[in-house]
Design a protein around this ligand. Structure first.
Ligand SMILES: Nc1ncnc2c1ncn2[C@@H]1O[C@H](COP(=O)(O)OP(=O)(O)OP(=O)(O)O)[C@@H](O)[C@H]1O
Length: 699
């Protein structure tokens, strides 16, 4: 719960509910905007549309209220018990019976040794190659020149957004291609993109409104709320992201905005991760499904052209994390084991990797993995919706370029289909298993966020031990890594609460670090956008019959006809593996004043079970959300109070009415405080029970 700055809010966007009253002016300064946003209460900042109330200063209330303790992203994100079918790429189908190509070529073409070392111990150190060479018309290898990929500082786009009125990625960037060659290597270390889907038939039938307004890389949620007197008003919540893709944006364009820019740099010793996040039905699968294939196509093109004859090989693996355990989706859901060696490098023992050299093979592997996931041993679809699926494309190369030595990882692109964000709501479910799964999902989503934040802050310590998901993805958080988060949202009024939670999660991932740059808040939107797609790969790479383009993103997944008999995996036992490193008390955070604060996801394992940890994490999140809600309510009450004061000064004011209303207001305030205090006491008690010491002055 680090308190860090957030992106500033912009007021004045036109609302879709113009006949209704907008929320009142309240704490309207940019610094207050940051303050409110950092507490997850940005919606309490006013629009400038109303001005119904005098400024707080006039009442002597305005004190700034130091410190924006960052809040959680909102436990409400977990409160739905809706279906969360979250299959990676496709609706459940009959598993493909064969991975053998019809033309007789064998599949899989080659197995990796069964021990996937995710880390740099097997990472080949390549000389830096400029990505710019990818864009040379002749695809010849150029010697090193230009910026290192370790450059992590954001840079200002030359993309002035002129072509983005529909939220589209800027295609005309090709024009500045020559001038931008150097910058092609500067892919943002972390990029947060929001994708809004269109209203679906059900929502249209229910007359649900589209409450999401997008403009350039800004997005406004128009939330209808009720006042105490039951009149409606609209509260605007404004967000700024690296890119906002509206309902008109195609899957091809999503690819160009998100993954395409990072494809070239995985040949440059980069580990990149792309994941979709959002509530059930928000479009995660629709968005993620085409990405790995499109990326594979570009990777293979690069291997066959730019990096021709350089010995690069592409490997595919596909596994899921369910209930904190790993299962191989390309090997009959075989249980996998994660180990950490003495160098704290994570290995997934037994994971099968397939060496691939054509898109069709990858398509079939994805189909196979998706089918395996969706027809898991128990629970079938329900189970799959509660798992995170990870598909990895690894670029490897033998040290001497020959086939004789085992290839070592050069770079890797991981695609994660996260379990629906609201699944954690099931922690309130009566079924113990369901509750535990919900807690596990919560834990991993929180841990993922923490890791990404730490990564973006270039923090030395990345809390990857917070969950299995982040442990597995450890190498995506260290060294030369890139992360793309696609937040999927539904536009409908009925999904407002989930949408806000998704956006707050995304906002926290994005802005808690970047928001520390105060300049960000004053930049106009066009300058606030990082250049991400300098040159679309697709526009400069050759298209041949081997690389049929899939323009609509609707890769079909017809099952092959023949029967597939998976070859027996080649196992490699590593006797030297060392047991898991158990976090020690060193993992406790040291506050500047020397006090110690325990970070939840680093509570030493030897003193707490995973369940305890999950429960504590959830309780912490709930507390922060209850606190935020209480602040919201308090602010609304203060508004009422100010109105009352204004009325009290009017001639002819009824004293009786004033007294009774003031009484009601004060009781409401006191009740809110008492409720929060009770909750806080309970949480402190729970921490004590688990020997989690949170030192702070006065405690
Ligand atoms: N951008 C879009 N354009 C058109 N249709 C979309 C879009 N996004 C999603 N859809 C449609 O909305 C429905 C729900 O999408 P999808 O299954 O991808 O959601 P999800 O977030 O993966 O849900 P779950 O978590 O339940 O798996 C699908 O029918 C999908 O085709």
């Amino acid at each position: 719960m680090n308190g860090m700055g957030r992106q500033g809010l912009r007021s004045g966007a036109t609302g879709v509910h113009h006949q209704r009253q907008y929320s009142d002016n309240f704490l309207e300064t940019s610094s207050n905007g940051r303050w409110l946003q950092s507490a997850g209460l940005q919606h309490l900042q006013s629009s400038n549309a109303s001005g119904a109330l005098p400024p707080l200063q006039d009442y002597g209330f305005y004190g700034g209220g130091g410190g924006g303790g960052g809040g959680g992203q909102g436990s409400r994100m977990y409160r739905s018990s809706q279906r969360g079918f979250n299959e990676f790429f496709m609706e459940p189908t009959t598993p493909p019976s064969n991975l053998r190509r019809k033309n007789g070529e064998d599949l899989p073409s080659e197995f990796s040794p069964g021990l996937l070392d995710l880390h740099s111990s097997d990472t080949e150190l390549l000389p830096e190659m400029p990505v710019s060479s990818l864009y040379d018309g002749n695809f010849l290898y150029n010697p090193v020149r230009g910026r290192s990929f370790d450059d992590s500082e954001p840079y200002i786009s030359q993309n002035n957004q002129t072509g983005r009125t529909r939220g589209l990625p800027e295609n005309s960037l090709l024009k500045s291609f020559a001038a931008d060659k150097e910058k092609a290597s500067s892919v943002a270390k972390i990029k947060v993109v929001v994708r809004k889907r269109p209203l679906n038939k059900k929502e249209l039938a229910k007359n649900e409104e589209d409450i999401i307004e997008t403009h350039s890389n800004c997005l406004t949620v128009h939330e209808t709320k009720l006042k105490v007197d039951l009149t409606e008003y609209v509260e605007k919540h404004e967000f700024v992201f690296d890119a906002v893709l509206n309902e008109e944006v195609s899957n091809d364009e999503v690819y160009r905005e998100t993954v395409e820019p990072i494809v070239p740099i995985i040949f440059q010793r980069t580990k990149a991760t792309c994941f979709a996040y959002g509530q059930t039905g928000s479009g995660k699968t629709y968005t993620m499904k085409p990405l790995p294939l499109k990326a594979s196509r570009d990777i293979l093109r690069l291997m066959h052209h730019t990096y021709r004859s350089q010995g690069f090989q592409l490997f595919v693996s596909f596994f899921e994390i369910y209930g904190g355990k790993l299962f191989d989706l390309l090997n009959e859901r075989k249980k996998l084991c994660m180990r950490e060696d003495g160098k704290q490098q994570v290995c997934i023992v037994g994971l099968q990797e397939y060496k691939v050299s054509d898109v069709e093979t990858i398509r079939e592997l994805i189909e196979k993995g998706s089918a395996t996931r969706s027809t898991g041993t128990t629970g079938a679809n329900e189970e799959s919706s509660r798992s995170h699926a990870i598909l990895q494309l690894a670029i490897k190369r033998s040290a001497d370029g020959s086939e004789s030595k085992p290839p070592r990882i050069v770079g890797k692109l991981s695609f994660i289909d996260l379990a629906g964000s609201e699944r954690g709501a099931d922690t309130t479910d009566n079924d113990k298993q369901t509750r535990m799964e919900g807690a596990e999902i919560n834990k991993s989503l929180l841990a993922l966020k923490e890791c990404i934040r730490a990564l973006d802050n270039d923090q030395g310590h990345i809390p990857f031990r917070g969950s299995k998901l982040t442990e597995v993805l450890r190498d995506s958080f260290v060294g030369n890594s890139r992360t793309v988060m696609i937040s999927c949202i539904s536009p409908s009024s009925g999904s407002c609460e989930h949408t806000l939670n998704t956006l707050r999660y995304a906002d926290r991932v994005k802005s808690l670090s970047k928001g520390s740059n105060p300049k960000k808040d004053v930049l106009p939107p066009t300058l606030n956008l990082k250049e991400s797609t300098t040159v679309p790969l697709s526009s400069v790479l050759p298209t041949s019959s081997n690389f049929e383009d899939d323009q609509d993103g609707s890769d079909d997944f017809d099952a092959p006809e023949e029967t597939y008999e998976p070859p027996k995996p080649v196992w490699k036992k590593n006797g030297k593996l060392e047991p898991y490193n158990i976090p020690t008390t060193d993992d406790k955070l040291r506050r500047p004043n020397g006090q110690t604060q325990t970070k939840w996801n680093e509570i030493p394992r030897n003193s707490h079970s995973d369940d305890d940890l999950s429960a504590l994490l959830q309780e912490e999140e709930d507390l922060v959300n209850a606190h935020r809600k209480q602040v919201e309510e308090t602010m609304n009450i203060v508004k009422e109070e100010m109105n009352l004061l204004v009325e009290a000064d009017q001639p002819g004011n009824q004293l009786d009415d004033y007294i009774s209303r003031l009484n009601a207001i004060l009781s409401q305030k006191a009740a809110g405080i008492l409720q929060l205090q009770t909750r806080l006491t309970q949480f402190q008690k729970r921490l004590k029970e688990h020997n989690v010491i949170v030192s702070s002055s006065g405690h």
